[in-house]
Write a protein that binds this ligand. Structure first.
Ligand code: ADP
Length: 370
């Protein structure tokens, strides 16, 4: 473990009793001091299990977990959760309903309470200010909003100055507007507190916008680990491209220097010089499409959603498949039923090995825009 690492996991595996497959399998990740790691993946991929292993609520079958240079879980070592120096923020906030905001935050500061009630008060005030809730100290949880409750939960976790903060789907119980606002604040608060953090989410945008590092998981395995930009721009696998980028896939056949598809021929430099020779699937991000009205084109606008700043077009291709394109609004929109030529910048496309029987389609993980 390097000196700058706050968390080091090596070869972590865990299978629950009476199950057929591992919940997490051979995961190795290192996180440096002050960095935020997002564990991202679809439901059931093992994110929560990994978080619980870091916290000490679960014991891995194999592998070593080190926090701030100390082995907290290994073949012989075991440090219980309360002695790992981690702060936990739960999905449902887990605030005590009969305690005020200040009392909730003070709950984890037992030592300070005994040593110096004055210092305890100061620390509570300090973290309340950090999360923007000065003035709410005497309210009870039911007297504040969901977003404020989540900020109290964060303040409570940060109050003892933990080595590492662990957050389990911290924003998932909030409605969309609050979630978007708190997403930005969460990162700011963690950075202002100079905290190192690991959080679990199934929301791509949340992971990309909050994290310094994203670990994409699938079926218990680590698919890719990198900066948000790297993962978005250079997905290492088709799954990452589908889940994180929500990209479109267009089957293509090589003809000399061109890739021929049902929506046109494109000159594209392959991102992968391995064995993709004849057939491939071209990955095109939704925002990279350029649509040009053309009466002779074979692609038709089947549906259009106006989202204020941008438009989402659902495009029908000759084989019956669909593509999703988003374009900035700019005061102009194309009508449903219009035939369009589709184009995209050559360097925005990534080439993946063809999947047998694949068809032109958008990602299986496309979510409703918010
Ligand atoms: P995620 O957080 O990504 O949704 P989990 O870590 O909760 O995934 O679950 C990973 C896998 O382990 C799933 O198949 C889930 O059903 C299984 N699992 C989780 N907790 C338990 C448990 N206590 N007992 C048995 N299986 C479990």
């Amino acid at each position: 473990m390097s000196e700058s690492a706050i968390l080091d996991m090596v070869g972590i595996s865990k299978q629950y009793p009476n199950t057929n497959t591992s919940a997490v399998e051979d995961i190795s990740i290192t996180l440096n001091h002050g960095d935020i790691l997002g564990l991202l993946g679809p439901s059931g991929c093992g994110k929560t299990t990994l978080l619980r292993i870091i916290a000490g609520f679960e014991q891995p079958d194999r592998g070593v977990v080190e926090i701030a240079g100390q082995v907290v879980s290994g073949s012989k070592e075991w440090i219980p959760p309360e002695r790992r120096g981690v702060g936990m923020v739960f999905q449902n906030y887990a605030l005590f309903p009969h305690l005020t905001v200040a009392q909730n935050i003070a709950f984890g500061l037992e030592i300070l309470r005994k040593k110096s009630p004055k210092q305890l008060q100061l620390r509570v005030a300090e973290v309340l200010e950090l999360v923007g809730l000065s003035g709410y100290a005497d309210r009870y949880p039911h007297e504040i909003s969901g977003g404020q409750q989540q900020r109290v939960a964060l303040a409570r976790a940060l109050a003892p100055g933990p080595t590492l903060v662990l957050l389990d789907e911290p924003l998932s119980n909030l409605d969309v507007q609050v979630r978007l606002k708190l997403r930005q604040e969460l990162r700011q608060i963690l950075k202002a507190a100079r905290a190192s953090a690991v959080f679990v989410t199934h929301d791509q945008e949340e992971a990309l916008s909050i994290s310094d590092w994203v670990a994409v998981m699938r079926h218990g395995h680590l698919e890719q680990w990198g900066t948000p930009e790297k993962i978005y721009l250079e997905p290492a696998s088709r799954f990452v491209a589908e889940f994180v980028t929500q990209a479109n896939f267009i089957p293509a056949q090589r003809r000399g220097n061109l890739w021929e598809t049902e929506v046109g021929c494109f000159a594209i430099a392959s991102n992968d010089d391995s064995d993709i020779t004849e057939k491939a699937d071209l990955m095109v991000r939704q925002e990279d499409f350029i649509l040009k009205p053309d009466e002779t084109a074979s692609v038709v606008i089947r549906d259009r959603q106006f989202l204020g700043r941008e438009l989402h077009y659902c495009l029908q291709v000759p084989s019956g498949g669909e593509l999703i394109a988003r374009t900035p609004f700019g005061g102009r929109s194309l009508p449903v039923g219009m035939r369009v030529q589709v184009m995209f910048p050559q360097d925005s496309v990534r080439v993946f090995p063809a999947v047998s029987g694949s068809e032109t389609r958008t990602s299986a993980y496309v979510s409703v825009p918010h």
